[in-house]
Design a protein around this ligand. Structure first.
Ligand SMILES: [Zn+2]
Ligand SMILES: [Zn+2]
Length: 155
């Protein structure tokens, strides 16, 4: 994707964000907008703490608690996804096209991947009976090639 396409996509997502906030009865405040924009611009699945640190340069008075609460609110309106990891801290990202995650248990990097087969897969009957499905997301845990190559050889 070239820069102009990226800009266009970012612009569209910011417009969508404003619409979603209005629909949910949320005020589009400067703080909220900056939190969302930061999450969009930095698609590396930050923790709330990491996001807070990045926001401090533009919003020096923003508290970690505000970041947490805003992320929870965004999650409820479907703007943000929370990715549960084996660490105690959840990671966050702005919702865009459906995708799944690879999590390295050593460097803790979270990578996106596409799995169209899963996206169109029929869920088992017991799941259909259980209720309404909003999203299906797969998380694969393992050790990435980069970390694997750093591992000292045994023997
Ligand atoms: Zn790794
Ligand atoms: Zn992702």
């Amino acid at each position: 994707m070239d820069i102009s396409q990226q800009k266009k996509q970012l612009h569209q997502m910011m417009e969508q964000y404003v619409l979603t906030c209005r629909k949910a009865g949320l005020k589009v405040t400067h703080q909220r907008t900056e939190i969302y924009r930061n999450l969009l611009m930095l698609p590396d699945h930050p923790t709330a703490e990491n996001l807070h640190k990045r926001l401090l340069s533009d919003l020096p008075s923003i508290s970690l608690d505000t970041v947490y609460r805003t992320l929870a609110t965004f999650e409820q309106c479907g703007l943000v996804t929370r990715i549960q990891t084996t660490e105690s801290q959840a990671r966050f990202e702005a919702v865009y096209a459906p995708h799944h995650h690879l999590i390295c248990s050593r460097c803790k990097k979270v990578m996106d991947f596409k799995w169209p087969d899963i996206d169109t897969y029929q869920v088992p009957d017991e799941v259909k009976k259980w209720g309404r499905i909003n999203t299906i997301t797969v998380v694969i845990y393992g050790i990435c090639n980069n970390c694997e190559s750093l591992e000292p050889l045994i023997n």
